[in-house]
Design a protein around this ligand. Structure first.
Ligand SMILES: *Cc1c(COP(=O)(O)O)cnc(C)c1O
Length: 368
């Protein structure tokens, strides 16, 4: 007995995980705060979604539908998919975790990329897997680097497309090449959290690839363009065998009833979504142009945020800018943990927020 620990002990690897640090929310002592650190929409959710949420409040004593049929049917209708190939999650974070826990045995490898979403690494490690990180090229996922990293132990590949925090995307031809180059037992996870925002002919979120292969899944979220981050709603489109495995692993009532109702109403309100996408496209272009005019290097974004890079000048580095902007009430995302020590990520906000942060940055750089 003497070799046993004297306290409950997590299994090996758990205490090596660096817990996720969400975007900051507060700017101490500042009257008006603009939170531009978590890629939330500045436009809120569809009024129809809010009404559905309020309606659901009348029956909180009842368990939700464990199959989330209303929501799966709404998604299936809008995206022309078979609801049998859809599962919903408590945010897409839950689905990413379920994929790791369902497909990785201890010691199995999962490939992620240098600037990839930190949730992948956390969930891989939590499942006892080994994250294998490959380089990106100029803030872009490098399909050849991923293929070169695949070994007999590889079970999963996670890519965000578009990427966060880069805002870049992998063209459909390259995603196809990635899938074609993977062994059949390796599951390719396409995290398309920002897909609705992309207006590029050479982009596809993954629906076609999932439909025509057994080893590709696509995850989506209601936290971004649909404005329901607080409710935690995500979905996955996957082959029947994957849906079956995930359904066995998940909690029986993983989505709450107000989330199911609001999500269904939100996805059906395509006019609201289209207006949000238009607003975003206009501001991503404007903000990118004006950051460039301030002498900052901007990574071209197809999403609802912009990653920009500071010059290597004392007093004018990302950390200094972050502190200055916070003192003015503008909270951006520091991205050191994503491999960008001298960059910040700015989520597109309201006109007032965008203009304000641009003016504050001009002041910081001495260019006003
Ligand atoms: C925001 C985001 C998500 C969404 O997570 P939810 O759990 O659905 O809120 C997923 N992946 C990436 C890359 C994101 O940036």
């Amino acid at each position: 007995m003497s070799s046993l620990p004297n306290a409950p002990t997590p299994r090996p690897g758990i205490l090596d995980i660096a817990a996720y640090v969400p975007g900051k929310e507060h700017a101490p002592g500042v009257a008006k705060v603009y939170k531009l650190s978590s890629n939330e929409t500045p436009l809120g959710a569809s009024p129809k979604a809010l009404e559905a949420f309020r309606q659901a409040a009348g029956q909180l004593e009842r368990y939700p539908d464990g199959q989330a049929i209303e929501l799966r049917n709404a998604i299936a209708e809008v995206y022309a998919l078979n609801p049998a190939n859809l599962m919903c999650g408590n945010g897409s974070d839950e689905l990413l975790g379920l994929l790791a826990h369902t497909y990785l045995a201890p010691g199995d490898e999962a490939v992620i990329t240098e600037h990839g979403f930190l949730v992948y690494r956390i969930q891989i490690m939590a499942a006892g897997g080994v994250p294998v990180t490959v380089k990106e090229r100029d803030c872009r996922v490098d399909v050849d680097a991923i293929l070169a990293a695949v070994t007999e132990k590889t079970k999963l590949v996670f890519i965000a497309n578009p990427g966060n925090p880069t805002g870049t995307f992998v063209p459909v031809e390259d995603v196809r090449r990635l899938q074609a180059g993977l062994p059949k037992h390796v599951l390719l996870v396409l995290d398309a959290a920002y897909a609705e925002y992309v207006r590029r002919n050479d982009y596809e979120a993954g629906i076609e690839l999932v439909s025509s292969n057994q080893n590709v899944v696509m995850t989506r979220t209601f936290s971004k363009v649909y404005g329901l981050a607080a409710l935690r709603v995500g979905w996955i489109y996957a082959p029947a065998a994957v849906i079956d495995a995930l359904n066995r692993s998940r909690g029986p009532f993983n989505l709450n009833a107000p989330a199911i109702a609001a999500g269904a109403a939100a996805v059906r309100d395509q006019a609201f979504t289209a207006a949000a996408v238009d607003f975003n496209a206009e501001w991503v272009a404007k903000v990118s142009e004006r950051l460039t005019a301030l002498g900052l290097k901007v990574t071209p974004s197809v999403a609802n945020f912009v990653l920009f890079h500071f010059p290597d000048v004392a007093g004018k580095r990302a950390e200094d800018a972050d502190a200055f902007l916070t003192s003015r009430g503008f909270i951006l995302r520091a991205v050191r943990g994503y491999g960008f020590p001298n960059s910040l990520r700015l989520s597109i906000g309201t006109e007032e927020a965008n203009e304000g942060v641009l003016a504050a940055l001009a002041e910081f750089l001495g260019k006003n």
